[in-house]
Design a protein. Structure first.
Ligand SMILES: *[C@@H]1O[C@H](CO)[C@@H](O)[C@H](O)[C@H]1NC(C)=O
Ligand SMILES: *[C@@H]1O[C@H](CO)[C@@H](O)[C@H](O)[C@H]1NC(C)=O
Length: 364
């Protein structure tokens, strides 16, 4: 009798824990699968901030430094303009998707998306403009889905489109060729329009989740700090960044946000979300010591050399004899222009905190 009771009790006990185990596991799997199936694929457009290996597959990039060490020092050289992973890699990882294969790496698996970004790309003009990247995107979709617009629509409905960062190079070029902020400002409406049109185009193909990044706080980037250094302390803000260049980025971002608002009004069924690269970078620089960045390491390039606090302007990263700092994870910036893996990771965390809730809110 006592033995039977014990057996029954054990059975119940086991059954109970089995129940809660099963329940717990299924709850967990519902939760993860909701996240995991949030998006089936990611399609990315952009420049060196998110190129995961396209540029090294075109003739102009075949002999570029991005192909070999010290680029890729932390994650092996892949054609990424960093010592390791990029913001887009952390975004893919966040959504439980594999790192995006570059579109030009033929033979890759593109089931979970494709990356059309190219180092040096501009929104307007050049060989790998946004128009060119959109052409690639369309022919990729046509060849994958046998020119069937409905099949394309269905795929894109379950996908995330990252429309940039693109446009930064439309301004970098003219700035470094000596144009004034006033002159470069005249390019802003054209860049915003190209990005807006590109968003319209992917929506017409079926995209329903679109993230549109703005520009970084360029006044905090070593190449700007070194090239436009001045003894006039009134030109610097409290983070020792160049005010005028940050203001330029800010006003470009404002115009881009207005365009996004217009797009959102015209397409209420689509989530079109701004990604605030500007604030994300500022926030990472502000929190630098807590993120493991060494003293004075928040605006100092790791790779290359320069006779200034930004370590930029003498030997370029990847050129013969260019030094590399011992631990890239203690700097935000890698080569004066692009961030280290650590910088990318921290900025991506800031961005995800901000744009994922905005996306989900729209999806209800
Ligand atoms: C894709 O296929 C559609 C339908 O056949 C066609 O209208 C469109 O021009 C094609 N686009 C590209 C870029 O090949
Ligand atoms: C700042 O002043 C010093 C000393 O007069 C001068 O050598 C240097 O070139 C100046 N730097 C800039 C960026 O104008």
């Amino acid at each position: 009798m006592g033995r039977l009771f014990y057996q029954l009790f054990m059975l119940c006990f086991l059954f109970n824990s089995l129940c809660s185990l099963i329940l717990g596991a299924s709850l967990r799997s519902i939760r993860t699968s909701k996240l995991a199936t949030q998006f089936e694929a990611i399609y990315n457009f952009g420049d060196s901030i998110s190129d995961t290996g396209n540029f090294i597959n075109v003739p102009a990039g075949a002999n570029s430094p991005y192909k070999s060490l010290p680029y890729g020092k932390t994650y092996h050289p892949t054609g990424r303009a960093s010592d390791g992973l990029l913001i887009v890699d952390y975004i893919a990882t966040h959504f439980h998707l594999p790192l995006l294969n570059p579109y030009l790496a033929t033979g890759s698996d593109f089931k979970t998306g494709a990356n059309f970004a190219v180092i040096g790309a501009t929104a307007n003009g050049g060989d790998y403009s946004l128009a060119k990247q959109l052409d690639w995107f369309k022919s990729h979709l046509n060849s994958t889905f046998a020119n069937n617009p409905t099949a394309i629509q269905e795929k894109l409905k379950k996908s995330l489109v990252l429309m940039g960062e693109i446009g930064g190079n439309d301004f970098n070029g003219p700035f470094f060729q000596g144009q004034t902020i006033e002159q470069v400002s005249k390019l802003v409406p054209g860049v915003v329009k190209t990005i807006k049109d590109a968003v319209e185009e992917v929506i017409s193909l079926g995209a329903s989740n679109i993230v549109v990044p703005g520009n970084f706080a360029i006044g905090c980037v070593p190449i700007y700090l070194a090239k436009f250094a001045t003894n006039d302390s009134s030109k610097y803000d409290n983070l020792q960044c160049l005010k005028d260049y940050n203001d330029f980025s800010n006003s470009y971002n404002q115009e881009l946000k207005q365009a996004i608002q217009q797009l959102q009004q015209a397409h209420p069924e689509v989530a079109i979300v701004y990604a605030d690269y500007y604030s994300a970078l500022i926030s990472v620089i502000t929190q630098a010591p807590g993120l493991g960045i060494e003293n004075d390491g928040s605006k100092k390039a790791c790779c290359g050399s320069g006779n200034n606090p930004y370590n930029f302007g003498d030997k370029g990263c990847g050129s013969p004899g260019a030094p590399v700092c011992e631990d890239p994870s203690k700097r935000i910036n890698w080569d004066g222009v692009h961030m280290t893996q650590q910088g990318n990771k921290c900025v991506a965390n800031e961005l995800l905190k901000q744009f994922v809730p905005a996306l989900l809110k729209h999806r209800r």
